[in-house]
Design a protein around this ligand. Structure first.
Ligand SMILES: [Zn+2]
Ligand SMILES: [Zn+2]
Length: 363
């Protein structure tokens, strides 16, 4: 049994795509062993939360969703780590973010640089609520961090709105840029201008890339790309490769596919140059097979990598990027509205509106 305090905690429980949310109240449980009890300051609603909520992907219910969490340390378990990934001392009231997957460090995948695929992995915002489990998602007043979670203390200058997506979208793009081995003065195509795509534009701009082109169907999202560092924007299927073009005569050195659509992947194949690198990031839900001509991959000698979540040092890179550049790109403005836990259905409805890049819960 967990030791309970007089204080209470609340969580919004997800019971399935068409079921109403349940606001459950429970005594706040003290952290055990190496656990850390955190108060949730803000949790932005990720596109993958929406996939689950709409039934496009399966979750074991009841679940506490929400994994783009900014927290504040309330209490350390007796064996909890007192330093973060960068070696900073941790103390009560520190604002922190943490890796989306707590991993064991010993299994096959942990030993092969894939901690996010740990066979004993514990994924925040994706777990089923068990009888004796503490809260483990962002749609709750508190979250208990378990052993194997890598914590990063937030630098003071990063505001909570900019910090929300750090542990999912921002760190995933840090991993995508690392995987692409993006070099200065390369040409970059970003497909999609949601949170992933806009963040990718910002990272590419900062490298600096020679050019950053963003293609997006939705005009509202498309006009956000330039403030995030895109040098050009276009509608899908309108870019043509021009051998007389001084910058991209043969196509793009690196393509970051962030839309998750089959059309986006086909555009990536068409617009990558011969010898180019394509990173697929957006497709995180089941979809129809895409009609890909394999000969294109062979003749163009393309390298194609899938990137799903990230390694712990990518989260550190994401926090570092945000600390340096949160004023260069309007990340904070992407979270326009925050809702209380009791208004979660209103928040979800707002998040489903494609004009909103992110909506957040402030428990
Ligand atoms: Zn996410
Ligand atoms: Zn493992």
């Amino acid at each position: 049994m967990r030791e309970e305090s007089q204080e209470v905690s609340q969580a919004a429980l997800f019971h399935g795509p068409n079921s109403p949310w349940e606001i459950r109240t429970a005594p706040l449980s003290a952290p055990r062993n190496s656990e850390v009890l955190v108060k949730v300051l803000l949790c932005s609603i990720c596109g993958s939360d929406l996939h689950t909520i709409c039934g496009r992907r399966h979750a074991h219910t009841p679940a506490i969703l929400g994994h783009e969490i900014v927290g504040q340390i309330v209490q350390f378990g007796p064996l909890a780590p007192r330093t973060d990934l960068a070696g900073n001392h941790l103390q009560i009231e520190d604002r922190i973010v943490w890796t989306i997957v707590a991993n064991c460090g010993k299994c096959y995948f942990c030993q092969h640089d894939l901690p996010q695929k740990c066979i004993h992995g514990y994924k925040y915002g994706h777990q089923q609520v068990q009888n004796d489990s503490a809260w483990h998602g962002g749609f709750a007043s508190h979250c208990t961090l378990v052993a194997g979670t890598h914590i990063v203390k937030l630098p003071e200058q990063i505001d909570e709105r900019s910090a929300g997506p750090l542990s999912c979208a921002t760190a995933t793009i840090a991993a995508a840029i690392r995987t692409a081995n993006l070099l200065e003065q390369e040409t970059v195509l970003v497909v999609g201008a949601g949170m992933l795509g806009l963040t990718a534009c910002a990272f590419a701009n900062e490298r600096p890339a020679r050019t950053v082109v963003c293609i997006e169907r939705n005009p509202h999202r498309r006009q956000l790309a330039k403030p995030f560092g895109a040098t050009h924007t276009a509608e899908p299927n309108t870019l043509t490769l021009d051998p007389d073009d001084a910058v991209t005569p043969y196509g793009f050195d690196v393509v970051l596919e962030c839309s998750g659509t089959n059309d986006g992947a086909l555009e990536a194949l068409r617009l990558a140059r011969t010898g180019g690198r394509i990173i697929l990031v957006g497709a995180v839900f089941p979809s129809q097979p895409a009609p890909i001509v394999l000969e294109t991959i062979v003749r163009k000698q393309l390298s194609i990598h899938g990137v799903h979540n990230y390694q712990s040092h990518d989260l550190l890179a994401a926090v570092d990027f945000m600390a340096k550049h949160h004023q260069d790109f309007p990340f904070a403005q992407l979270i326009e509205n925050c809702y209380g836990l009791e208004d979660i259905q209103t928040a979800i409805n707002a998040a489903l509106d494609p004009r909103n890049i992110r909506v957040a819960i402030r428990p």
